[in-house]
Ligand binder design. Structure first.
Ligand code: ACM
Ligand code: ZN
Length: 685
């Protein structure tokens, strides 16, 4: 970034202001790179002259953006000397390198907004409109601003539940205000194909319609499709005309729409409509295209030709995630393909498909984008990786000289709960509050500048399995999207959660007044009680041994052998690295050594349950004590009836009384549901 003197000024400014200052005077999200404000304001009265010097198409976009605001400006053809608003594209701007950057100067003489492109002017206008909020006074000062990342995306899953054109346009309006510039549409998946393809009418006459309105009901049933027009057909799709309209509307907001066409998996709906594309040749038998069959390539290329015709985007997303690859192991066509192409395993077979599709896209002047599984079996030569299972895939791609877009589940999956689960509509799971989204730092400090330059940007993903309505989708998006906007655009040194939170409260009020159904940020409950303050008890820091056959699952170690006595309680999700997970048949069986015989008055531990991902309460608990570590006396036994339900629940299992002991044994047995047990701390008082 930029010159050192500037950075020093910036950091000094932050130190002087302190992170816990009152609401930032500008109130703008994402926070601009540099703002030098002074006393006084410029009043934008009705009929204030507006002068724009830019290409014709940009002038139209800028005029439209300003006309959507309450300002009543009057466009003039000569630059006003005083009292007007001037917008101008220039060849160079001190302090600005990005075509999306801008310099906004407000003085007694009026407003001068300059940028290197129409996009820059557009973002300057967004800043100006946010500074005005609902008033008409602009504070004097100079703002120099440009984005940290070039790619600032939002993914909407319109397959699991279909969202219509007006809804998508409404989200584009909000995205543009917060300076997002990519809309990734997850257009195809098992739950329904959502884009008209002229050459394959069964995709929208059949594969776009299913037997149940709610994904959850459909998933739990037989997962069948029905003909369009059937009384019980649920779903929908965008016609090509509607797609053109969305793409055009997005362009008017400096947003590129990236289509995602899933391959080789997540394609049950295609295979139901065109079973000859499956290894089995049958509908309802597998999720993956047959990679051995040339029919598959003919189909995919024909679909992509129509897709490329509709979407001018440089990138076409081809999915690539979560392929089963099982059928390929038995399929004679797939096996023959592996033999002739010299492919060692099914990962390489997937890579064969991705590479071939990449060559096809490249030959049409487009680039391939895919989920991080496209690394498996060898990355296609020019591919960009969207890293969702964590940052690792993206970092691996960058180390190989490829671009990456970071969208790790932990920070970017907005289908997770954003507050205490019992206060929220059912979600996919997890716990991703506003503060956590805001804390996301996509660039590890171990990368050098050359590698870091390959981090193309970040994206919020809204997978919609549990999001059936427009209101619910907006509820999951806002205000978390605003936090990610600041991660994507603003310099990390400028981030300050308290300041952001104050700005977000105002932004939420505004979004609500405009008809967006946001989460109630003012009513936020916050993390699980006790999760943010260490619990003090007798076993903290003592040695824990795992009795034969009981071992924690390496992916959920919560830090290892000391996790159950580290004084740290888990939060609302087992995924927060504070809950220790047990998948084995033996369940939890641990012995804590207090190092000397002590008086104890209680032993307890909390468990959590969320049935979707297979996390259950224990069926029984046994607490026992010993002086020598060998001969244990049972203090207490609890039988617990485990009930499968949709809720996320937490329960304490413990003993209270008086006893003396050096060793404490805590056992928790799994129920007949199997799955995981998750426990955060064994508290001994
Ligand atoms: C994904 O969440 N399967 C990309
Ligand atoms: Zn096959």
């Amino acid at each position: 970034m930029k010159n050192t003197a500037f950075l020093v000024t910036l950091l000094l400014g932050m130190t002087l202001m302190g992170c816990h200052r009152e609401v930032q005077p500008l109130g703008v999200i994402p926070v601009p790179m540099k703002a030098d404000m002074s006393a006084g304001t410029f009043k934008i009265a009705p009929y204030t002259p507006l002068w724009i010097e830019a290409e014709e198409a940009d002038v139209a976009i800028l005029k439209d953006a300003l006309e959507q605001s309450p300002l009543q400006l009057i466009q003039v053809s000569l630059q006003p000397k005083i009292g007007g608003i001037a917008l101008r594209v220039v060849d160079a701007l001190p302090g600005i390198e990005s075509a999306e950057g801008y310099v906004l100067e407000v003085t007694r003489k009026g407003v001068m907004l300059q940028a290197l492109s129409g996009a820059g002017l557009y973002y300057g206008v967004q800043t100006m409109l946010q500074m005005l909020d609902s008033g008409n006074h602009l504070p004097y000062g100079t703002i120099v601003d440009e984005p940290r990342f070039e790619y600032r995306g939002v993914m909407l899953d319109v397959s699991r539940h279909f969202f219509d054109v007006d809804f998508v346009k409404k989200q584009i309006d909000a995205m543009a205000r917060y300076k997002f510039n990519r809309l990734h549409l997850h257009l195809t998946d098992a739950a329904g194909w959502r884009i008209e393809i002229k050459q394959y009418p069964r995709l929208t006459d059949f594969a776009a319609w299913r037997t149940h309105a709610l994904w959850k009901d459909w998933w739990a049933a037989e997962r069948h499709y029905v003909d369009k027009g059937n009384d019980n057909a649920f779903g929908g799709y965008y016609t090509q005309e509607q797609i053109r309209h969305i793409v055009d509307y997005a362009q008017q907001h400096h947003i590129t729409v990236i289509p995602e066409i899933e391959m080789p998996s997540h394609s049950e709906e295609v295979l139901a409509a065109y079973p000859e594309l499956a290894c089995s040749g049958e509908p309802y038998n597998g999720s993956d295209f047959c990679v051995g069959s040339e029919h598959t390539f003919t189909f995919l290329e024909n679909v992509l030709l129509e897709v490329m015709e509709l979407f001018p985007s440089e990138y076409i997303h081809i999915g690539g995630d979560e392929a089963s690859k099982q059928a390929w192991k038995e399929c004679p066509h797939c096996q023959a393909r592996m033999k002739t192409e010299g492919l060692a395993d099914v990962d390489e077979l997937q890579s064969y498909l991705i590479r071939r599709i990449e060559t096809f896209l490249n030959s049409h002047g487009r680039k391939l984008l895919g989920w991080d599984e496209i690394l498996d079996g060898g990355l296609a030569p020019n591919a960009t990786v969207m890293s969702w299972r964590g940052p690792e895939g993206g970092l691996r791609a960058m180390a190989m000289g490829h671009r990456a877009i970071m969208t790790p589940g932990e920070f970017c999956y907005f289908d997770a709960y954003q507050d205490a689960p019992h206060t929220q509509p059912e979600a996919f799971g997890g716990y991703l509050p506003l503060r956590k989204v805001y804390s996301y730092e996509p660039l590890p400090d171990t990368l050098d500048a050359q590698q870091a330059a390959l981090l193309y940007g970040i994206q919020a993903n809204l997978f919609a399995e549990y999001i059936p309505t427009e209101e619910h989708m907006e509820y999951m998006m806002y205000p978390r999207l605003l936090a990610l906007a600041e991660v994507a655009w603003s310099q990390p040194e400028l981030k300050c959660y308290d300041d952001f939170h104050a700005r977000a409260l105002k932004a939420v009020d505004r979004l609500r007044s405009e008809g967006y159904n946001t989460f109630d940020l003012r009513g936020e409950v916050g993390n699980r009680p006790g999760a943010d303050t260490p619990v003090v008890h007798q076993a903290v820091g003592k040695r824990v041994s795992y009795v034969d056959g009981s071992a924690y699952y390496p992916g959920y170690s919560a830090g290892g052998d000391s996790a159950l006595v580290d004084g740290i309680r888990g939060g609302w999700t087992y995924g927060d690295k504070r809950w220790q997970g047990f998948l084995g048949r033996k369940g939890v069986d641990v012995v804590i050594d207090l190092e000397e015989v002590r008086n104890i008055s209680s032993v307890s531990a909390d468990f959590m349950q969320i049935c979707g991902p297979g996390v259950f309460m224990p069926a029984s608990i046994i607490i026992s004590v010993s002086d020598n570590g060998t001969d244990f006396v049972e203090l207490h036994r609890i039988d617990n009836e485990v009930i499968r339900d949709d809720a996320v629940t937490f329960k304490t299992f413990g003993w209270d009384g008086t006893a003396q002991a050096r060793y404490i044994r805590y056992q928790a047995l799994r129920s007949t549901f199997g799955g995981f047990l998750f426990v955060d701390e064994v508290v001994v008082k």
